[in-house]
Ligand binder design. Structure first.
Ligand code: ADP
Ligand code: F6P
Length: 319
């Protein structure tokens, strides 16, 4: 293998830049030519390649977002789109591709491998919902961002004796809500994997008030009910001063934590090494804290499971 390319795809995540840097620097260290594909899979179809050197990934190790930009691309789901991408790669002589993204992007990566282009995936999504790895790049930063925001909201919640519903990201996955809720002592954590009983949420708020605690924090993943609706319901049923705060996309940005930088650096280098070793159709992952690789099929076949022990523990600690 002499020439490889790297792209970012799907929702961005803090640490993507660190991973791009690791891919580029490891590839150059191993004397490969390396290209960046701009605008994700859309850019692949359009042939938007840029040659990367040591300097092109300088000063990005600590930056959120992705210097290569990221897109979602419906056209890539078609056979014609995939063939067009392969033709663009062949024209430049690129023999291997690294895709940094989520499980949607790995479906695309699997198709490329099946059509003859060796592809390796690096898991990056703040939702941390890729089954084949216990960690996806961006989650630690997103959780820390949410925790910092919720701590601040708690300050004002205590001052004004208010109940706050805080909606965090996670359309189909409750990991951010679970971790942020646990780490901020939320009275209730609402996640799609468990669903929620409105009366349980209300009772927990009322129980707190009965023992003199006049502020409450409820952390809800965006995927289950809407923060606004939950807030309205609590206000109606308890009469307590209730506010809603939607953290939204601020959880997707910001400087990656040390943990995200460490994992991104390791996964980026490992992805390059796998291509050199002749591996294809594989995702880099983390298991028991160690780097592994497994097929895209294996990595995405089951639905992501949440750690219900943490959920139960959080409930028992916030009575
Ligand atoms: P993520 O990678 O963060 O999960 P998406 O689910 O939005 O993000 O997927 C990113 C992109 O991957 C999509 O916009 C599309 O271009 C491509 N993709 C998703 N599913 C498929 C599929 N079944 N076949 C080919 N490409 C796909
Ligand atoms: O990155 C994952 C995620 O943040 C989900 O939690 C969320 O629903 C989704 O992306 C929103 O992404 P966008 O606003 O870019 O469509």
């Amino acid at each position: 293998m002499k020439k490889i390319a790297v792209l970012t795809s799907g929702g961005d995540a803090p640490g993507m830049n660190t991973a791009i840097r690791a891919v580029v620097r490891r590839a150059l260290f191993k004397e490969l030519d390396v290209y960046g594909v701009q605008y994700g899979l859309k850019g692949l179809i359009r042939g938007e390649f840029i040659s990367m050197d040591l300097g092109s990934v300088g000063d990005i190790i600590h930056r959120g977002g992705t210097i290569l930009q990221s897109t979602r691309c419906e056209e890539f789901k078609t056979y014609e789109g995939q063939q067009q991408a392969i033709a663009q790669l062949q024209e430049v002589g690129i023999e291997g591709l690294i895709i940094i993204g989520g499980d949607g992007s790995f479906k695309a990566a699997k198709k490329l491998t099946e059509q003859g282009l060796p592809t390796i995936g690096i898991p990056a999504t703040i939702d941390n919902d890729i089954t084949g790895t216990e960690y996806s790049i961006g989650f630690d930063t997103a959780v820390n961002t949410a925790v910092e925001a919720i701590d601040k909201i708690r300050d004002t919640a205590v001052s004004h004796e208010r109940t706050y519903v805080i909606e965090v990201m996670g359309r189909d996955a409750g990991d951010i809500a679970l971790w942020a809720g646990m780490c901020t002592g939320a009275e209730s954590i609402i996640i799609p994997e468990v669903g929620y009983d409105p009366m349980d949420v209300i009772n927990r708020v009322k129980q707190g008030a009965e023992r003199g605690k006049m502020h409450s924090i409820i952390v809800a993943a965006e995927g289950v009910g809407k923060g606004m609706e939950i807030g309205e319901m609590i206000k109606k049923e308890t009469g307590f001063d209730t506010k809603v705060s939607i953290l939204g996309h601020l959880q997707r940005g910001g400087s990656p934590t040390a943990f995200d930088r460490m994992i991104s650096s390791q996964m980026g280098a490992k992805a390059v090494d796998l291509l050199i070793e002749g591996e294809k159709g594989m995702m880099v992952g983390l298991k028991n804290g160690r780097l592994i690789h497994l097929s895209f099929e294996e990595a995405t076949k089951e639905k992501h499971k949440i750690d219900l022990d943490i959920y139960d523990l959080a409930r028992s600690l916030s009575i």
